[in-house]
Design a protein around this ligand. Structure first.
Ligand SMILES: *[C@@H]1O[C@H](CO)[C@@H](O)[C@H](O)[C@H]1NC(C)=O
Ligand SMILES: *[C@@H]1O[C@H](CO)[C@@H](O)[C@H](O)[C@H]1NC(C)=O
Ligand SMILES: *[C@@H]1O[C@H](CO)[C@@H](O)[C@H](O)[C@H]1NC(C)=O
Ligand SMILES: *[C@@H]1O[C@H](CO)[C@@H](O)[C@H](O)[C@H]1NC(C)=O
Ligand SMILES: *[C@@H]1O[C@H](CO)[C@@H](O)[C@H](O)[C@H]1NC(C)=O
Ligand SMILES: *[C@@H]1O[C@H](CO)[C@@H](O)[C@H](O)[C@H]1NC(C)=O
Ligand SMILES: *[C@@H]1O[C@H](CO)[C@@H](O)[C@H](O)[C@H]1NC(C)=O
Ligand SMILES: *[C@@H]1O[C@H](CO)[C@@H](O)[C@H](O)[C@H]1NC(C)=O
Length: 453
């Protein structure tokens, strides 16, 4: 067992013997080392952002592969897909190459797979703007889930001041969330990095995703720094950064505003660290959803440290479907400032994002060891803290430490259903409704089941 969990378990062992309510903060002190996840942040400037490599064929130097040299026009109207494909083939097969999308132009590119493995030390320098064709009717049916899809890369850097724009407005209008008479079918993600390891992404802007903006799936060791993600607050399902089946991911210094979760972390992901994040508008920072259609969902070791969450429907959220299995364990949300957030702290084990109603079931994803520390600010709903857990699988070891949420015009309260844990230090609204780990809260009839469409 690693240090992380030893310290964690020790702390929780002590915590479990405390009572609900105001427990000595010394116990939380035991949990303090949780912060030292075994993944490190990136130094601010360990590689100059956008250091434009110069053309040089000498040994040791970078080899520039400019899409313009392969016939890209960059006027926003000509189809530059073929030029990008050809440039990729050359860049990917040439050691130390730089796939360059030069600045000052707009490249119209269809759905494309940029497949590895590639030769050593590939860099993808995006300084110009890449735009997607905007008509869903003409979308290549071979690419239902992706637009720019990078896969099987190793030790690759994406950087630049460029923009990846999914031109999503017609996709949003065609969504069943916008108009119930539309069929419910998915749309492509703007940028996907799949099945890759040791990848860095710096400085890029990703916007107007057809659906999700930036997906990281089946990856290990990803560093994302100084990225901006934006889509309108009312665009459906446009998650900012979606992390799936990935490990050792650090996301830092990034600003995300969308119509769905700013960050969503789903199945088979662990060691995820988010640091200095601005989120809003959107649905907040989410773990989940997990457990849909009776599936197994496992997410462990997630840290959000230092964030501003502004004008969002949720702040920090864990959402699971009834009927799922698996667990969410070892999560710390800390040093978060909430500004005008509807549900600043929420666990929702009755998540239902489906046009049909969802039944309560026996099985659920098990949520435990979740710490909320130094979280303050303004809620715009009365239930500032909601722990709505499954009757058969209660949430356990929920810890609130120095949490202070206020509402401008009214009182605030904590809602607990089948939730065990304790508070420490200032906890407002109070953590009194959490039951200690040996007794389960009385079931309460409530109209709190959410359907989020
Ligand atoms: C790109 O998509 C358009 C439709 O939007 C299609 O007409 C065109 O042939 C595609 N180009 C390539 C290179 O696939
Ligand atoms: C919803 O879609 C239907 C069918 O496409 C269309 O007739 C209707 O005008 C749309 N409603 C709105 C509000 O856009
Ligand atoms: C969750 O991840 C595990 C491990 O990668 C995988 O076997 C399983 O199919 C995933 N479940 C879902 C619902 O994707
Ligand atoms: C999930 O399991 C429940 C209980 O066994 C069953 O009623 C339901 O049909 C299942 N749902 C799906 C989508 O498989
Ligand atoms: C609490 O969080 C706020 C907001 O992120 C931060 O400014 C402050 O320094 C934190 N306090 C402590 C004691 O870490
Ligand atoms: C808070 O957000 C709501 C919408 O969620 C908005 O109507 C209201 O003006 C905001 N209040 C402040 C003080 O920003
Ligand atoms: C949920 O996980 C906790 C912590 O690991 C464990 O004590 C508890 O028994 C689990 N609950 C169920 C219903 O499996
Ligand atoms: C709760 O804990 C805080 C910090 O340790 C302390 O200042 C306060 O007096 C305690 N309140 C109660 C009711 O014990």
């Amino acid at each position: 067992m690693d240090k992380f969990f030893l310290v964690f378990l020790l702390g929780l062992l002590i915590a479990a013997h405390g009572v609900a309510g105001n427990v000595s903060c010394k116990q939380i002190g035991m949990l303090e080392e949780l912060g030292s996840l075994d993944i490190e942040e990136e130094e601010e400037n360990d590689v100059e952002l956008s250091e434009i490599p110069s053309w040089n064929s000498e040994r040791g130097a970078k080899v520039l592969v400019n899409v313009d040299s392969f016939g890209a026009v960059g006027n926003g109207e000509s189809d530059d897909t073929e030029a990008f494909r050809k440039a990729w083939e050359v860049a990917c097969s040439t050691p130390k190459s730089v796939f360059l999308v030069p600045q000052g132009r707009r490249y119209l590119v269809n759905a494309t797979r940029f497949k590895g493995p590639c030769a050593d030390k590939l860099m993808i320098q995006i300084d110009g703007k890449i735009i997607a064709p905007d008509e869903p009717k003409n979308w290549d049916p071979n690419f239902p889930h992706t637009w720019l899809d990078f896969s099987k890369l190793e030790k690759t850097v994406f950087q630049g001041h460029g923009v990846i724009d999914g031109s999503g407005s017609k996709w949003w209008a065609a969504s069943c969330k916008k108009n119930k008479s539309n069929p419910c079918k998915g749309a492509p993600a703007a940028l996907t990095i799949d099945s890759s390891s040791a990848v860095r992404v710096r400085g890029l802007t990703i916007q107007n995703g057809q659906q999700m903006n930036f997906v990281i799936s089946r990856c290990d060791a990803v560093r994302i720094n100084g990225v901006q993600v934006s889509a309108p607050g009312d665009s459906p399902n446009t998650d900012g950064i979606h992390i799936s089946e990935s490990t050792n991911v650090v996301l830092q210094n990034s600003k995300i505003g969308t119509g769905d979760d700013c960050v969503s972390i789903v199945n088979a992901s662990s060691n995820i660290k988010m640091k200095r994040i601005f989120c809003g508008p959107g649905h907040g920072i989410s773990i989940g959803s997990l457990g849909k259609d009776n599936s197994t969902g496992i997410v462990t070791k997630v840290i959000l440290d230092t964030a501003v969450i502004k004008e969002t429907t949720n702040g920090v959220r864990i959402k699971t479907w009834q009927g799922g299995s698996g667990y969410v364990r070892g999560v710390r949300f800390q040093n978060v400032r909430m500004e005008n957030v509807s549900n600043p702290i929420i666990i929702d084990q009755f998540y239902c994002d489906s046009p049909t109603t969802c039944q309560t079931q026996e099985s659920a994803v098990n949520i435990s060891e979740i710490i909320y520390q130094n979280i303050s600010g303004i809620t715009n709903s009365a239930k500032a803290i909601k722990f709505d857990c499954s009757d058969t699988v209660p949430c356990s070891s929920l810890v609130l430490s120095n949490v202070n949420l206020e509402r401008q015009d009214g009182s605030v309260e904590t809602y607990c259903h089948s939730a065990q844990g304790f508070g420490c230090g200032v906890v407002h609204p109070s953590a009194d409704c959490l039951s200690s780990d040996d007794k389960i809260a009385e079931p309460v009839e409530e109209d709190i089941r959410h359907t989020e469409l």
